[in-house]
Write a protein that binds this ligand. Structure first.
Ligand code: SAM
Length: 288
């Protein structure tokens, strides 16, 4: 197997194919072998798993996933990488590379087509310029047992944040609605070529098979969450009145009271079941 993390091997290979890194495509490739190996081990990928990788690059994580998974589907946007991947991962017959933009794919349909009889998981060192849309698509697909990704450390902290903390955001609630996050380990910038300006971190999100709360209307729930974070450090009633103009200030205050909260409560302190109580009150008022 080609040692993809050895820059003395890879630099001449990249030069031979006239490959130049694209900053616009988020190309920071791993050159520390412990990182792709640890990601693959921690992801829980095994023979009975079909794994979707996003952005194989020159293939360090792809190799480690192919050594463990029943099947790997790797989606890569940059087809200049084709001759290089032929050399680094061409030997694996459990690998299929899909040359496309992952955001243009129907992820649930792909999983159904490619991973029949396997436990679907997703695993990736994500291109940082589109971390949120990719992660949102993977979670909303609701077809993976677990999603293990490397992202900027501050994004990982945001995903795993607790209510009331500075990192807690609408994106936290979105991710934790679909999955239970666990921060795994940090990855310093010197583990990449070229080096990013930030520290990275690996996080695993185990998707919820059943959601342990009662939400009457998912759209209203997420609108409530967005409205609540739109005006941080202000009273929740201000955010709700602005996000739901039809309620008005009085209606927003009535909703908060009916859901059993103090009139001065702030949105960024609420847990998912508490957001659900507020959202359900809004739904009931609309139906009344
Ligand atoms: N997995 C490799 C590694 O760990 O060294 C490369 C990771 S690099 C951070 C991100 C990869 O995602 C690049 O290969 C890039 O070309 C690819 N990529 C960027 N945007 C993409 C998109 N929209 N769809 C699929 N792949 C994309």
């Amino acid at each position: 197997m080609v040692n993809v993390c050895d820059i003395n091997v890879m630099k001449p290979l990249l030069a031979e194919h006239g490959f130049h890194f694209s900053k616009a495509k988020g190309q920071n490739f791993l050159i520390a072998p412990w990182v792709p190996e640890s990601i693959a081990v921690e992801s829980g990928v095994r023979e009975d798993v079909g794994v979707l990788e996003i952005g194989p690059g020159i293939g360090p994580l792809t190799q480690q996933l192919c050594l463990r998974a029943g099947k790997v589907c790797a989606v890569e946007l940059d087809d200049r990488l084709k001759p290089i991947l032929d050399i680094t991962v061409g030997e694996f017959d459990n690998l299929e590379i899909i040359w496309n933009d992952v955001l243009k794919l129907d992820v649930p349909a792909l999983v159904q087509e490619k991973f029949a009889g396997l436990r679907p998981m997703a695993c990736a060192n994500l291109p940082y310029y589109i971390t949120s849309p990719i992660l949102s698509a993977l979670l909303e697909a609701e077809c993976f047992e677990a999603v293990t990704v490397m992202v900027q450390k501050e994004v990982a902290q945001r995903i795993a944040a607790k209510p009331g903390s500075a990192d807690y955001s609408a994106f936290t609630v979105f991710c934790q609605y679909y999955a239970e996050p666990e921060l795994l380990f940090d990855v310093p910038a010197h583990c990449f070529m070229p080096q990013p300006k930030v520290t990275s971190a690996v996080i695993t999100l185990r998707t919820r098979q059943e959601k342990p709360w009662d939400i009457l209307d998912e759209d209203i729930f997420f609108r409530t969450v967005r409205a609540s974070f739109a005006m941080r450090r202000k009273k929740l009633s201000n955010g709700l009145a602005s996000g739901f103009p039809e309620l008005g200030k009085t209606g927003a205050s009535e909703v908060i009271e009916a859901a059993g909260f103090d009139a001065n409560v702030r949105g960024e302190t609420l847990s998912i079941p508490e957001f659900a109580r507020i959202a359900n009150e809004i739904v009931k008022r609309r139906g009344a």
